[in-house]
Ligand binder design. Structure first.
Ligand code: 5GP
Ligand code: MN
Length: 322
């Protein structure tokens, strides 16, 4: 039987116009895999448009791009749409979601519970990052993993493995990183470009949000939050909230960490992190969210107090703390 990566390689060889997209509020894997696939397609002489509903976050502006990331689909004439790193089709944002189904779509993802919304689906949760899937695709298409393509792939894998600290850090992803380094990538330089992107505003927001942290179940669950008022006071955006939750995990004795971020409509987007066997994906799923065993999220339409209580109760039950 033909492997998914070889099928997708065939699909790419047969077509000539592509749209490459990922989820709104993109993280390093979303941007890294989008840009990496863009480079592969451009290298092959294909026409490619990159798209993200939220545009290109400033922190990634050091990436060498095959073209700009558009935040509008007006005039888009792709004959294949690639959707990368999206555990559900809604995460692409409304504009692209609306035209789904009008054109063939390839869904390339590594999230548990992906509903296989594409005409073509390559979903494999054994990959720690979609960028690592794109690296396999580059190999299949014989595009060398060097230069800007290598940096984009590296960005995706270090982001989704927490710089090789999460459980998702597999031997293969470290072998991939080793290969990129052997082929010329400078990890010191690229890590610095990826990490040293903080604004003073972000420091201030993090200070406020750390101050909201409370411990439950004898310190086994840590919960903090970010309100719209905090973001407007510090002149920051949801992108500045990413990673806060990973720092709450550093509290000694905390098995799960939660951060809740207020959305423009007053609902709360939550992120949960855990380690090892503690499955927080099932907790997120109770609120129609999803993700991975140790990193999951979703949205709760309630005030902060209620949203917190509901999550704490669900976590307590799921982790056997009550
Ligand atoms: P984060 O907490 O960083 O937003 O996301 C952690 C993981 O949970 C990611 O893999 C992300 O795809 C997933 N996730 C976050 N929010 C949602 C959501 O609302 N729905 C689903 N299905 N997955 C989510
Ligand atoms: Mn990812």
């Amino acid at each position: 039987m033909q492997s998914p990566v070889s099928k997708i390689a065939d699909l790419i060889r047969r077509s000539d116009r592509f749209l490459v997209s990922s989820h709104a509020n993109p993280d390093g894997d979303a941007i890294g895999s989008t840009v990496a696939l863009g480079h592969i397609l451009a290298h092959m002489g294909k026409e490619v448009v990159l798209y993200n509903r939220s545009g290109m976050p400033k922190q990634f502006d050091w990436l060498d791009m095959p073209g700009p990331i558009h935040n509008s689909l007006v005039g888009c004439e792709a004959n294949w749409i690639f959707v990368l790193d999206c555990g559900t089709q809604h995460r692409v944002g409304e504009e692209l979601f609306r035209i789904m189904g009008t054109r063939p779509m390839a869904n390339v993802d590594h999230h548990l519970g992906n509903p296989m919304f594409g005409q073509f689906n390559w979903v494999d949760e054994t990959y720690p990052a979609v960028a690592a899937m794109i690296a396999d695709l580059a190999d299949e298409l014989e595009v060398p993993l060097v230069g800007p393509l290598a940096e984009a792939i590296y960005l995706g894998i270090v982001t989704d493995t927490g710089f090789f600290t999460f459980d998702s850090t597999t031997p293969s992803v470290m072998e991939l990183a080793a290969r990129l380094i052997r082929l010329g990538l400078n990890p010191g330089l690229v890590n610095a470009k990826i990490r040293n992107q903080w604004s003073i505003n972000r420091f201030r927001l993090w200070g406020e949000s750390f101050a909201t942290t409370e411990l439950y179940f004898g310190g086994q669950v840590a919960v903090g939050f970010v309100t719209r008022a905090m973001m407007s006071r510090t002149d920051t955006t949801p992108a500045d909230c990413e990673e806060i939750v990973n720092f709450l995990r550093r509290l000694r004795g905390a098995r799960a960490a939660v951060i809740l971020r207020e959305e423009p409509d007053g609902s709360y987007k939550f992120s949960i992190r855990s380690t090892g066997k503690d499955n927080v994906q099932v907790v997120a799923a109770l609120f129609d969210g999803g993700g991975h065993r140790n990193a999951a999220g979703g949205t709760i339409s309630a005030d902060i107090q209620t949203a917190k209580e509901r999550l704490i109760e669900a976590l307590g039950e799921s982790l056997g703390l009550v």
